[in-house]
Design a protein around this ligand. Structure first.
Ligand SMILES: Nc1nc2c(ncn2[C@@H]2O[C@H](COP(=O)(O)OP(=O)(O)OP(=O)(O)O)[C@@H](O)[C@H]2O)c(=O)[nH]1
Ligand SMILES: [Zn+2]
Length: 394
């Protein structure tokens, strides 16, 4: 039997292997649920209110441009004036402004199409004066932009500041109110909690004695899978691949990226020597599939993969790896050999207390469709080359 107890002939009862939900404290639990609901409100095109801790500060009503309907925009207009458009620093820079998140003053009766253009399309309809008059964002606005990203929406929000006296009207309209302090705390990677939910033996073509273990984030409900190849020997560095999901590459063999090839190579190597594949729900470098497809259209128009993401308001890479660290810890793995070319993955695991004893390069052949993408990863995102490097002692 493995140190994980994974290869028993009859699998353990799921409830017995699941850790109890770690947020025992009721207030923390309610805050987590409220943040989940906040994402759903934005996804459904509904408003949400951020409530600053400072009681003299106004409430902030926000709605996501991506999901907003013209009718809803007209309703927003009845709550407070002027409406503002909240954009990230990356989006501001791509519009020709300074690289800091900002609140742009919308003209009276601004149309939905204009907002959509400012949010993610082009700057054609943007009044240059609005860009010059852009105000810096405060904590409530910053938290709202982060919630939109967490919901995998394009980070652009319409906002209005409201007096606290409107709280009863907001409650009557069933508009969710989220304290900014709760949002800030829960959006921090350090607060991530993972629940180990279920596992099963799944023989795969490359190796029969594989086990899948599913982990779920408490808050958000994002699920990640660990594939354990054979029986782990944690006395020596365990070969590990952290793979961010790529539906187009992994499932369809898209030629636009190198993900499918990298996954295939990692699976063959792990099948041969044992180890773990962490398949992380981080489609589109953490921006989501919808935004990745938007970025592809922008790349067809001439931008590279990084500038396309910035155009949509995202950072070069929106991923973080506390879930990967927590999964390795849950599997009893503290020392690894990492199959990657991405130095951020190495640094993130090391920062999380995982010893990365060596890096194993994972190169794939390029083709006419992904040559620019692979070149950009190497030359703009700092990805490493094909040399395998021991990292001990660094
Ligand atoms: N936003 C965006 N994401 C992309 C694009 N092409 C691929 N991706 C995503 O990029 C990520 C690549 O994941 P990985 O292969 O694990 O990571 P990596 O950063 O390439 O690093 P290594 O493969 O470990 O060297 C996946 O989430 C893909 O969905 C793109 O053009 N735009
Ligand atoms: Zn891909």
């Amino acid at each position: 039997m493995s140190p994980l107890g994974l290869h028993r002939s009859s699998l353990p009862d799921v409830s017995a292997t699941s850790a109890p939900l770690p947020l025992a404290d009721d207030a923390a639990w309610r805050a987590t649920v409220r943040l989940d609901r906040a994402q759903l409100e934005l996804k459904h095109g509904r408003e949400l209110v951020l409530q600053p801790e400072d009681e003299s500060a106004p409430l902030l009503l926000v709605a996501a441009v991506e999901t907003l309907s013209a009718e809803r925009l007209a309703t927003l207009d009845t709550w407070g004036h002027p409406l503002r458009l909240l954009l990230t620093g990356e989006r501001m820079q791509s519009l020709g402004g300074t690289a800091a998140p900002a609140a742009l003053r919308c003209p009276p009766n601004v149309g939905l199409q204009t907002l959509q253009h400012w949010a993610a399309v082009s700057a054609d309809v943007l009044d240059p004066q609005a860009l010059r008059d852009a105000a810096p964002t405060g904590p409530a606005m910053d938290a709202a932009l982060r919630i939109a990203k967490r919901a995998r929406l394009t980070p652009a929000l319409v906002a209005a500041e409201l007096p606290r006296s409107l709280a009863p009207r907001l409650a009557a309209a069933e508009i969710l109110v989220l304290p900014v302090a709760d949002a800030e705390r829960l959006l921090e990677a350090a607060t991530l909690r993972l629940q180990r939910v279920s596992d099963a033996r799944v023989p795969i073509a490359a190796r029969e004695d594989c086990t899948l273990v599913l982990f779920r984030e408490v808050g958000g409900g994002t699920e990640h899978v660990a594939v354990v190849f054979g029986t782990l020997d944690t006395q020596r560095p365990v070969p590990v691949r952290l793979h961010s999901s790529c539906l187009t590459g992994d499932l369809l063999g898209s030629l636009r990226c190198d993900c499918g090839d990298q996954l295939g190579r990692a699976v063959s190597q792990l099948a041969q020597c044992g180890g773990v594949l962490l398949y992380l729900s981080q489609e589109g470098r953490g921006t989501g599939l919808a935004n990745k497809l938007r970025a592809y259209r922008l790349q067809d128009g001439g931008l590279d993969t990084i500038d396309a993401d910035r155009h949509l308001g995202f950072r070069d890479d929106e991923r973080d790896y506390p879930a990967a660290v927590a999964m390795l810890q849950a599997l009893g793995i503290t020392r690894i050999e990492l199959l990657t070319n991405n130095p951020r993955k190495i640094a993130a695991l090391q920062a999380g207390g995982i010893e990365v004893a060596a890096r194993v390069a994972l190169t794939a052949p390029t083709n006419v469709h992904n040559a620019r993408y692979v070149h950009t990863k190497r030359h703009r995102a700092g990805h490493l080359g094909s040399d395998n490097a021991p990292l001990d002692g660094q």
